[in-house]
Design a protein around this ligand. Sequence first.
Ligand code: TYD
Ligand code: MG
Length: 454
Amino acid sequence: MAKLKTRYVCQACGSETHRWQGQCPDCAEWNTLVQEAAANATPFAAKHNLQGGGRAIELVGLNAAVALPERMQTGIAEFDRAVGGGIVPGSATLLGGDPGIGKSTLLLQVAANVANLGRQVVYVSGEEAADQVRLRAIRLGLGGASVRLAAATSVRDILTTVGGDAPDLLIIDSIQTMHSDLIEGAPGTVSQVRASAQELVRFAKERGTALVLVGHVTKDGNIAGPRVLEHMVDTVLGFEGERSHQYRILRAAKNRFGGTDEIGVFAMEGAGLKEVPNPSALFLTQRGEAVSGTSVFPALEGTRPVLVEIQALVVRLASGATPRRAAVGWDSGRLAMVLAVLEARCGLSFATCEVYLNIAGGYRLNDPAADLAVAAALISALSEQPVPQDAVVMGEIALSGEVRPVGHAALRLKEAAKLGFGKGWVPAGTDGPGSIALAGFGKLKELVEQILGR
Ligand code: TYD
Ligand code: MG
C-alpha cells in the first residue's frame, strides 16, 4: 500500500507544492494553497517505462470516412448559433458567467425546449432545491415540459440514477457544487471539481449524452477552478452582460465542433430570456433629433454586425485642476491615444476639459475600428456640432493621424443601410453597398473639418 501523502494545490492555477506557502510559487496569487490528499503514488509504475505491455490501438488515415455527429437543435436559435448550430451528442459544454447573470434561467429554458422536442432531459441542480427550480419553470411558463429534475450533489448518485437510461441532455448546475467520493476534499476545491467533471465527461462520451456544466467565475472573470476544466470539455461558453442592463451575450471561447465567432444575444425580461434576433435595435438609443457628442459605430460580433452608439461629454474646467478622463465600455488607454492624436495632429485641445466616453446600452467595445467613431463623438462634443443622425462612422486611427481601413467594411455598411442609415464616414478607399453614401477620410484632420463644416 503506497503511503498517502498530502499536497497543497493552488486553487487559482492548479499547481502543486509539498509545503504550505502564503503565495503560490507559480501564479503568485496569495492564500490560494489548500491542502488536499495526494493521489496514491505507485512506486512500481514510476520505476518502469510505458513502452510495451499495453493494448494496441487502431491508427487510421486522415481520409477515413467520418460520420459527422448529428447536432441536437434546442429550438432556441440564439443558443444554437452560439454553440455552432446545435449541441453535439456526447459532447461536454461548460457555461460560465457572473452570479445572477442568468445561467440557470438560460439552461432551464434550453432544457424545456429540448424536452418539448421529444428528447430525454435531466436537469440536476446542486444549488437550488427542486421546488425552487420548479417554481421558476412555472413562472417562465415552462411547467408543462417533461424535464426530469433533481437536487443532488453526489456524482455517484447522479450517474447511478441516469445510468440505466442515459438522457439525451444532462445539465449540471453547477460543477462547483458536485463531489466525487473517489477523492477527499470539499466540493468546489480544484481536485473535486476536476474529478467530478472527469466522471461526468466520461459518462457523456461513453453514453452519447450531451452534457452541459455550469461553472462559476472568479472575480476576474475566469471559470473558478483550474484551467484544466476548460481543457476537459469540448465547448466553453461565456454568458456576459451587465446585470443592470437587459441584454446578455452568449459567446463561445472554445469550440471543438464549431467556430468561436458567433454570438447569441438575449434580453432578460420578466418572463425569462428572450431571443434578440436584431441586436442593433437594443444598443441604439431612441434617436430623436441630432445631438452633439454622439456617433454610431457598426461593430462586428463574429460575422454579425451590431450597431452601437458612442456618447462623449466634454466639460470645460475653469480652474487649473487636473481634468478627469473616464471611459465606460471602451479602453481608457485608447481614449487617451485618440485625444492625443486629436491634439497633436488636428490642433484640437482637450487639455482643460474633462472627457467622458460611454458606449450606450452597457456594450463593451474593443475593436480599434471604432477609433474614428470615438473621435467623431469627441470632436462633436467639443464643437457642439452634431454628427448627422443617419451616419455611421468607422476607421482605425494611426498615431500619425492617418485613418486606416477596417475589416468587413461591406458587411458593416450593409447592416447600417438595412437599419436606415444613409451615410457612411469611412476610411478612404472603402467600398460599400450602393444604398449608402460614403465619405472617405484619409486623415483624421479631414473628419474634424467635416464636422466643423469647413
Ligand atoms: P439566474 O438564472 O438564477 O442566474 P445564475 O444562474 O447565472 O446565477 O438568474 C437570476 C437573475 O435573473 C435574477 O437576479 C433575476 C433575473 N430574472 C429575471 O429578470 N427574469 C426572469 O424571468 C428570471 C427567471 C430571472
Ligand atoms: Mg444559477
